[in-house]
Design a binder for this molecule. Structure first.
Ligand code: ADP
Ligand code: MG
Length: 268
C-alpha cells in the first residue's frame, strides 16, 4: 500500500517542544447522561504532530470523551479549545468563540462502524464533505478525493458502493473521507473493533502511515501493541477519569498503577 499524506507536514519532534503548538485541548470535561456522570473533569492537550492513544475498559468513557473533543457530545462542564479558541455557541458570546461546525471542519473523526452513506459510491462518499461543507468545486473535490482514495489503496474501487466492499475497505474509505477535509487533527474511535481479525492490519497500516507522516491524532484503541508502536503518549481511562498517562514505554511496558496492570493483563 502506498503511504498517506495528511495536509500538515510539520516535524512532530520539533513541534512537540512548543506548548503554543497545542491544536486541540479539553479542559475539565464533565459529561452526564441523566443521573450518570460518565466523565469527571477530563483534561487533555494535543500538540501538533502528536499521537495520543486512549486505552481503558469498555464503558470507561473513551467514546464519550473523544466525541466531546469535536462536540458531537456537548459537555456539561468544561471547554474545548481549538488552537486556543474556545468552542461554543456563537450567538451567546464574542467573536473569539469558534462554532461547532467550524471545529468539525478542522477536526476529523472516524468511527468504529464506518458510517458511510450506503447509497453512494466510494468517490461520492469522499467528495461529500469537500463539496457540501467546504463548497469546493466538484472537479477540485474529485481531484483531492482521488488522491486520498489512491493513498488508502482503493483507486480501483472508486465507483463501488459500500456494500460491495469488505469491512477493511469500508474503513479505509472512511479514513479517506476524513482526510479529504484536510483536517488539522483526526479522532479515531476503535476503528478496527468491528473488523474481522484478518482485516485489522490493513486499516492499522493506513493509521500508522498517518502517524509517521506527522498527522495529529487521538486514537481510541484496544490494539495495545499498535498503540505502543505509534503513540507519543498513552492515556489510560477508567470510570470517566484519566488514571495514568505517559510514554508508551511507561504506560504499556512498565506500568506501575495496579488498575492499569490489571487492565493490560487481559491482553496477554
Ligand atoms: P467506552 O467508549 O469507553 O466503552 P462510552 O463513552 O461509550 O465508553 O460509555 C461511557 C458510559 O456512558 C457507559 O456507561 C455508557 O453506557 C454510557 N453512555 C454512553 N453513551 C450514552 C448515551 N447516549 N446515553 C446514555 N448513556 C450513555
Ligand atoms: Mg467506545
Amino acid at each position: 500500500m502506498t503511504s498517506v499524506s495528511p495536509a500538515p507536514a510539520s516535524s512532530a519532534s520539533a513541534s512537540l517542544q512548543n506548548a503554543s503548538d497545542i491544536v486541540l485541548e479539553a479542559r475539565g470535561i464533565t459529561k452526564c447522561f441523566g443521573a450518570l456522570t460518565v466523565l469527571h473533569g477530563i483534561d487533555l492537550a494535543l500538540k501538533a504532530g502528536e499521537v495520543v492513544s486512549i486505552i481503558g475498559p469498555s464503558g470507561s468513557g473513551k467514546s464519550t470523551f473523544i466525541r466531546c473533543m469535536n462536540m458531537l457530545e456537548k459537555p456539561d462542564a468544561g471547554e474545548i479549545l481549538f488552537r486556543n479558541r474556545r468552542v461554543g455557541e456563537k450567538y451567546r458570546g464574542s467573536g473569539d468563540l469558534l462554532g461547532q461546525g467550524e471545529l468539525r471542519r478542522h477536526v476529523g473523526m472516524v468511527f468504529q462502524h464506518f458510517n458511510l452513506f450506503p447509497h453512494m459510491s466510494v468517490l461520492e462518499n469522499v467528495i461529500e464533505g469537500p463539496v457540501i461543507v467546504q463548497r469546493k468545486p466538484r472537479a477540485e473535490a474529485v481531484e483531492i478525493a482521488m488522491d486520498y482514495i489512491a493513498k488508502v489503496g482503493l483507486a480501483e474501487k472508486r465507483d463501488a458502493r459500500p456494500d460491495q466492499l469488505s469491512g477493511g475497505q469500508k474503513q479505509r474509505v472512511a479514513i479517506a473521507r476524513a482526510l479529504a477535509m484536510q483536517p488539522d487533527a483526526l479522532l479515531l474511535d476503535e476503528v478496527t473493533s468491528a473488523l474481522d481479525p484478518e482485516l485489522v492490519g490493513e486499516v492499522l497500516g493506513v493509521v500508522r502511515d498517518l502517524a509517521n507522516q506527522g498527522m495529529t491524532m487521538v486514537i481510541v484503541t484496544h490494539e495495545i501493541s499498535f498503540a505502543a508502536d505509534v503513540s507519543d503518549r498513552v492515556v489510560f481511562m477508567e470510570n470517566g477519569r484519566i488514571v495514568a498517562q505517559g510514554s508508551p514505554d511507561a504506560i504499556l511496558r512498565r506500568p506501575d498503577n495496579e488498575r492499569l496492570k490489571a487492565f493490560l493483563a487481559r491482553f496477554h
